[in-house]
Design a protein around this ligand. Structure first.
Ligand code: ATP
Ligand code: MG
Length: 332
């Protein structure tokens, strides 16, 4: 595609180093999409504050995520890369949109219920309003597609609901309904290697894009398995998780070979893990080398963000101005 007719937006929270889940669930898609669509990729620092309020960490993590974006192949000449808080229009948009979000719906959101279980000492209003802020990020650029992992599906559904509600209330088809996007496959959900659940920055189970080869080998060799396949029984969750990751990093031949060995009952988990570790290293090592080269280049990083903020503001200003008008906030 040469002319870019569609708009894409997505972001990642600067809550730690990026891992394979972020890469296969999000970043890899970002890189592929940047050439086909008008893309906005941001670093979601407002979102990070809902769970990770330490200023020193936040600051460092913004730098890391930016370096990781660039190292994975996002091109600031092609896509708009910015920090969420560099676009204060997002905060205004979020306030305006919150008039269309009902508290009951927000309280029923799966991620909210999950987070209040995890941090009962800090059930802040930002956590509750997370879906409104996310909808603002998306609608402020009037995005058509949002490449996210499966864990974000419900938030995106809420964004569509707010867009519909807004259009119906004011009798104008202003917002289109953004769709989830993943290149040619189902939405990815990368598990951790600790037996169950997703890989997450805040889960302590990440295989990071910045991990050394040895760190990767150690983490993979420690992966939870089971006592061995049992004829006639379904594969256990920890072993299925290893195969899920293998499907993404290994060749189809390697994957099929280990799957056959599992089905025949001849598999040795040590061999499976060794192979998986090497295939993860093949993906991660070149990215890690680029992260190391970019991370310390302050001048370049600042330039990228200044340019991104300017481009993002152009699009955001246009939307917020119209939303104010539509909602009746006009200068006399
Ligand atoms: P945190 O644990 O702090 O929430 P996270 O690892 O879940 O961090 P996010 O910043 O919340 O990362 O999400 C960034 C992007 O990565 C989102 O598009 C999300 O869907 C995707 N993502 C995160 N974890 C996974 C995973 N395990 N599998 C697939 N996609 C994922
Ligand atoms: Mg998350």
């Amino acid at each position: 595609m040469t002319t870019k007719t569609k708009t894409v937006l997505s972001g990642i929270r600067p809550t730690g180093q990026l891992h394979l889940g972020n890469y296969f669930g999000a970043l890899k898609n970002f890189v592929q999409m940047q050439y086909d669509a008008r893309c906005y990729f941001f670093i979601a620092d407002y979102h990070a504050l809902t769970t990770h309020p330490d200023p020193a960490h936040l600051h460092e993590n913004i730098r890391n995520v930016l370096a990781e974006y660039l190292a994975a192949g996002l091109d600031p000449e092609v896509a708009t890369i910015y920090v969420q808080s560099d676009l204060p229009q997002t905060a205004e948009m979020s306030l305006l949109l919150s008039m269309h979000a009902y508290v009951g719906e927000l309280e029923r959101t799966a991620s909210f219920k999950d987070k209040i279980r995890k941090q009962p000492e800090n059930v802040n209003a930002g956590l509750l309003c997370y879906p409104v802020l996310m909808a603002s990020d998306i609608l402020i650029h009037r995005a058509d597609y949002v490449p996210v992992g499966k864990d974000q599906e419900q938030h995106l559904e809420m964004t569509r609901k707010y867009a519909r509600r807004f259009n119906t209330m004011y009798g104008e088809e202003f917002f289109s309904e953004p769709q989830p996007y993943n290149f040619g496959q189902e939405l990815a959900r990368i598990p951790g290697l600790d037996g169950s659940g997703k890989m997450g920055k805040s889960e302590g189970n990440g295989i990071f894009l910045s991990d050394s080869d040895d760190a990767i080998r150690k983490k993979v060799m420690r992966a939870v398995t089971d006592a061995g396949p049992v004829a006639g029984e379904a594969m256990s969750e920890p072993v299925a998780n290893i195969f899920t990751i293998m499907k993404l990093v290994s060749t189809p031949e390697v994957y099929d070979d280990f799957m056959n060995r599992h089905n025949e009952g001849t598999i040795r988990y040590g061999d499976l893990k060794k192979q998986l570790a090497e295939d993860i290293i093949t993906v991660v090592a070149p990215i890690r080398e680029r992260i190391e080269a970019i991370r310390g280049d302050n001048e370049y990083l600042h330039k990228v963000l200044a340019r991104g903020a300017e481009q993002a503001a152009e699009s955001a200003d246009t939307t917020v101005r119209r939303v104010r008008e539509i909602m009746g906030i006009r200068p006399f």
